[in-house]
Ligand binder design. Structure first.
Ligand code: DP6
Length: 327
């Protein structure tokens, strides 16, 4: 009754911000993302009648907070409920990137946890069912289950709010150069932020504009056309952060370094370097470019101060079971 899964984080090209059902994590809009090759979570889950309670630990990093442990236990409860089994678990987790840095550790975390726990209980679910279960742990986690470039359909009920692959990882050799400007955990979690999204006067405007941007992202991906995809993902970032910054209470995730990089990106483009930014709920910037421009982007970043580290990601496969257990 033991299994281990590895799952990638993902970067959203069309963002999930705000949900029509908070408990079931059903979003107001569909979203699109790319799985990240160098930002993964590995989780081992073992269920045993010998355990008298759940034990959740983080390997080689600072410990999980009580709130984080509660959230993992709630997800284990959902999975135990699905399996009809009342049995405790030991869970160990390892991240390849800083937790809560805006590098989407909840996405890779709940995708890996759900995949491993289901296998440890001996259940076989379809990919669609797995994405629905992972979504209950963290919305964006459903997008870390399928391969490559993924779309999460908003849906109206739990059963039709699921994620599926649009294209495999090898469809387009894009890069997401993740620039970490601040490693410390965010002050406000995205979970708390989602619940206030509709207090922003920009929220309904954002929903109105989304179909057009969604169409540009879908076509940009299909045609592998960065000059179509790029402007749409930057607009989308500004739209989501516009909502965040005008909701009550407002959420300001950017630092001076974040803004400086956003400004530089526009200058680099003027000098014929095709690169675009996107930012999730945090200060760190994902620079999206094609593989042939990766080195130029890394070179350009050398002149910028305030950078803690850089993680170069390629499109990646989704969550999968692996043989090497963490304990
Ligand atoms: C800004 O998936 O972290 O990264 O469902 O509460 O776990 P919960 O929220 P989460 O929200 C991520 C929001 C985002 C945009 C995105 O990934 O689409």
């Amino acid at each position: 009754m033991k299994a281990t899964a590895a799952a990638p984080a993902n970067i959203a090209f069309i963002k999930y911000w705000g949900r029509k059902d908070a408990k079931l994590r059903i979003p107001y809009n569909s979203s699109i993302s790319m799985n990240l090759s160098a930002s993964t979570t590995t989780t081992t889950v073992e269920f045993s009648k010998v355990f008298s309670k759940d034990r959740v630990e983080l390997v080689e990093e600072e410990r999980f907070s009580d709130t984080e442990i509660d959230r993992v236990v709630r997800q284990l409860d959902v999975i135990r409920g699905k399996a009809g089994k009342n049995i405790f678990a030991r869970v160990a987790t390892k991240n390849s990137f800083p937790k809560s840095s805006g590098a989407a550790s909840s996405a890779s975390g709940f995708a890996a946890l759900t995949t491993a726990a289901i296998a440890a209980l001996g259940l076989t679910l379809s990919e669609k069912e797995l994405t629905i279960l992972a979504r209950l742990g963290s919305g964006s986690a459903c997008r870390s289950i399928p391969h490559g470039f993924v779309r999460w359909e908003t849906g109206n009920t739990s059963e039709d709010s699921y994620a599926h692959s649009l294209f495999p990882a090898n469809h387009w050799d894009l890069r997401s150069v993740l620039v970490i400007v601040k490693k410390s955990a965010k002050d406000v979690s995205s979970t708390a932020g989602h619940d206030k999204a509709t207090t922003s006067p920009l929220f309904s405007k954002r929903l109105q504009e989304l179909p057009k941007r969604m169409e540009a992202v879908m076509r940009g991906l299909k045609e592998k056309n960065l000059s179509l995809l790029g402007p749409a993902i930057e607009e989308e970032t500004l739209s989501m952060h516009g909502v965040m910054q005008t909701q009550t209470p407002p959420l300001f995730y950017w630092t001076d370094a974040t803004k400086h990089i956003m400004e530089q990106v526009a200058r680099w483009r003027k000098k014929d370097l095709p690169v675009y930014f996107t930012i999730d709920a945090g200060p760190n910037v994902h620079l999206i470019c094609e593989s042939q421009d990766e080195k130029k982007v890394l070179n350009a970043l050398q002149s910028i101060g305030g950078i803690e580290s850089i993680i170069v990601n390629k499109p990646a496969q989704g969550a999968r079971l692996i043989k090497d257990h963490l304990f």
